[in-house]
Design a protein around this ligand. Structure first.
Ligand code: DX5
Ligand code: ZN
Length: 218
């Protein structure tokens, strides 16, 4: 199993000072930052785009874990790759050529991920498991930070973790939405290794303790 890592979600950072919110993460010695990109169609909210990602790139060495919540992600892959994303994750739900889009992400030198909404069964992504570096299981309906964790996603997480083990695959298994130290432990037990946390990280009274709590999940 991969070691547990934290990917704080910049969505919960200070949008007037995003670079400072990145620095908070880097100063703790963490490696990843989660960048939530929303189009107002696939999800009922807007966040920021490739220009913001490109502006942040020279300010940070963090691994840019980019979560595209877009109806037409295939139209924006080059933009996010050129902006400096290290990993680009796309949702399975909209209709477009998922295989070609994952291949395009790789061809541009990035890692690729596939994402499932709470209502989407594990089987929907099964044919793609050999093609991805990461599977992201949403533990809330995407669109907003600060929502309640959906524990009923644990069987889906266990199923994907089991497939990974049975098939000798190495993709990371990420969870996103309502993650705190308690829900992260529940997800870890179900096979997750990569933990997105927005509200619980940025609002933590002691962020170093929160990060240490994730790192020591076994
Ligand atoms: C939800 C986003 C999440 C969000 C998580 O649409 O994909 O990454 O920032 O926020 P919290 O950790 O507050 O649930
Ligand atoms: Zn996200």
């Amino acid at each position: 199993m991969h070691p547990a890592i934290l990917s704080p979600s910049l969505l919960a950072g200070d949008h007037a000072q995003l670079a400072a919110s990145l620095k908070v993460v880097e100063d703790l010695g963490l490696g990843w930052i989660h960048l939530d990109i929303m189009d107002g169609h696939f999800v009922p909210n807007l966040s920021f785009g490739p220009q913001t990602v490109a502006a942040l790139r020279p300010r940070s060495k963090l691994f840019f874990d980019t979560h595209l919540m877009l109806d037409e992600p295939h139209r924006y892959i080059e933009a996010f790759a050129h902006a400096g994303s290290n990993l680009i994750s796309i949702h399975i739900e909209p209709a477009y050529d998922h295989v070609a889009t994952l291949a395009k992400i790789h061809a541009l030198g990035c890692q690729c991920g596939i994402v499932l909404n709470p209502g989407t069964p594990a089987e929907a992504i099964e044919p793609l498991l050999t093609k991805v570096d990461l599977v992201l299981v949403m533990t809330v309906q995407p669109g907003f930070g600060g929502q309640a964790f959906r524990g009923e996603m644990m069987p889906k997480l266990r199923q994907i973790s089991e497939w990974r083990h049975q098939r000798g695959l190495k993709f990371r298994l990420e969870v996103d939405g309502g993650i705190d130290l308690t829900t992260a432990a529940e997800c870890r037990a179900a096979g997750a290794d990569t933990f997105v946390a927005g509200t619980s990280f940025y609002r933590a009274p002691d962020r170093a303790a929160f990060a240490a709590g994730i790192a020591t999940l076994s």
